[in-house]
Design a binder for this molecule. Structure first.
Ligand code: FAD
Length: 463
């Protein structure tokens, strides 16, 4: 039975606070409620204490405090997780938002990033050097959570997932010890953190391989929702024979309003958001077959890489209600396409949508046991999100999302990308790691036998 912060004496709390450079936030503090907010407005959790760490020593002290006092302990990076796994009720939250730095090494195109950075900060720092690290599509997402789960985005087909570009990390383990992990040092742990989530410790810094990406050519193309089946069939064939430099995720969606032209507002579409990261002299040739499909609207062009990384930030501010469901898919056969048309024609609120992110090209060529990510052979990581600012619509968006997922799940690969799961139970976690789950449980047993790091897509310590 876990203790709660209220069980601790003021002296215990004061002694802990005196060990920190950062501050602790308690329910009696005036900023407590704002400190309990995460990106998903649907999440309402109230920890007993939030520790705002500013350095590795704070993280070590916090882990020791949580473990010695038997507290339920959550770790918060960017706070974007759909299920609110950066928070817990009553226990301790170790907040990493004060652990930020980005250092670019132009000698070998590597980048060191703090455990609490968000991706927009990394893009900002690498762009002047003409470099980029493959990551997700919204700039406020945390480096920590996204990387630990895998990391899909605009550069996945060219340079692989984020985990495929992780070279090294510094970690605080459950016993409070500090280790560096890479291919030759603590290699088991290094394997586990490339997809296994926050189950093995707290990452205080990451070292990534960056790649030469300065500008990209891309943006959205939209077709009327009635054309969903035709466009999806074409997209599947087209993308799978396209060069790795071309990425495009396909969506069913509504255009909610500005900056899109007025005649598109509040209509349902099948859309593709493209990102070409190859030779800018070839864009006309690459985009010719795309534009020949006659999109109702297109807004593709050359832009700095950070521009495509922030394209949707304004549409998706923090605090909206989000409900998530996900699965991997290997194809987009007729039954699947029919369900996308059906549910894409009945999107309940303007921001609710479905995305299929390609797991092909470089991301698909990684060996099936090279990292815990077990679905290199799936062609798409699919996600359905019910989104709306109004809590009164929470039931409506949740219902649509679950029904859409239920209709598609029988055609899926059986598991989902762990970063797209909410709280769906142990069986789903296990299926999402498939053949790699057992090895993860063994590593968990070695490094966290008491399951101290349990507020995550939890991997139980092996028997
Ligand atoms: C709007 C939006 C867009 C997204 N787009 C993409 C996308 O394009 N591609 C993609 O792959 N994913 C995407 N995601 C999913 C995203 O990867 C997950 O939500 C991820 O968990 C967010 O990480 P975070 O650090 O912000 O979250 P948090 O809520 O802070 O943490 C999530 C989990 O990671 C753990 N964690 C975080 N940092 C650390 C650390 N330094 N050490 C140890 N554990 C840590 C936490 O304990 C928790 O279990 C998106 C999410 C949102 C909300």
């Amino acid at each position: 039975m876990k203790k709660i912060i209220n069980d601790l004496t003021p002296t215990v709390i004061e002694t802990f606070a005196s060990q920190l450079r950062g501050r602790i936030v308690l329910p009696t503090d005036s900023d407590y409620e704002s400190e309990c907010q995460v990106y998903n407005g649907m999440i309402k959790k109230h920890p007993g204490m939030i520790v705002k760490c500013v350095d590795v020593a704070d993280v070590i002290a916090s882990v020791n405090f949580g473990r010695e006092n038997n507290l339920l302990t959550a770790v918060r990076g960017g706070g974007h997780n759909g299920g609110g796994l950066g928070l817990c009720n009553d226990g301790l939250v170790i907040d990493l938002s004060g652990l930020k730095f980005v250092r670019v090494n132009v000698a070998d195109n590597t980048v060191r990033v703090g455990g609490g950075n968000v991706w927009g900060e990394v893009d900002h720092a690498t762009h002047p050097f003409g470099l980029a690290v493959p990551a997700g599509i919204i700039s406020t997402t945390g480096v920590g959570g996204l990387t630990l789960g895998g990391g899909v985005g605009h550069l996945s087909r060219k340079y692989g997932l984020t985990i495929d570009n992780l070279l090294e990390a510094d970690m605080v383990l459950a016993d409070g010890s500090f280790v560096t992990v890479n291919a030759s040092q603590n290699s088991n742990l290094f394997w586990a953190i490339r997809g296994g989530g926050g189950n093995f410790g707290i990452l205080t810094s990451f070292k990534f391989q960056a790649h030469p990406v300065k500008t990209v050519f891309g943006g959205p193309t939209l077709w009327p929702i009635e054309k969903t089946e035709e466009i999806m069939e074409w997209y599947h064939d087209f993308l799978n024979s396209a060069p790795d430099e071309l990425n495009g995720f396909i969506a069913t969606m509504i255009i909610p309003g500005a900056p899109f032209p007025e005649h598109l507002h509040n209509k349902q579409f099948c859309g593709i958001v493209w990102c070409y990261s190859g030779n800018m002299q070839k864009t006309e040739e690459i985009f010719k077959p795309i534009l020949a499909k006659g999109p109702l609207f297109e807004h593709v062009g050359e832009m700095p890489y950070p521009a495509i990384q922030t394209l949707f930030d304004g549409l998706m501010p923090p605090g909206l209600q989000w409900y998530w469901r996900a699965d991997f898919f290997t194809d987009l056969g007729p039954e699947i396409r029919a369900q996308h048309l059906k549910f894409g024609s009945n999107i309940p609120t303007p921001l609710s949508q479905m995305h299929l992110y390609p797991i092909s090209g470089a991301a698909g060529r990684v060996g099936k046991t090279d990292t815990p990510w077990a679905y290199q052979d799936a062609k798409y990581a699919g996600v359905i999100v019910g989104v709306d600012p109004d809590p009164a619509n929470a039931e409506k968006i949740t219902h649509w999302c679950k029904e859409y997922w239920k209709a598609l799940h029988p055609y899926s690969s059986g598991g989902a990308y762990s970063n797209f799961l909410m709280d769906e139970g142990q069986e789903r976690v296990q299926k999402s790691y498939k053949h790699n789950y057992k090895r993860l449980t063994q590593i968990k047993k070695k490094y966290d036998p008491g399951n101290f790091f349990s507020v995550n897509q939890n991997i139980k310590p092996g028997a």
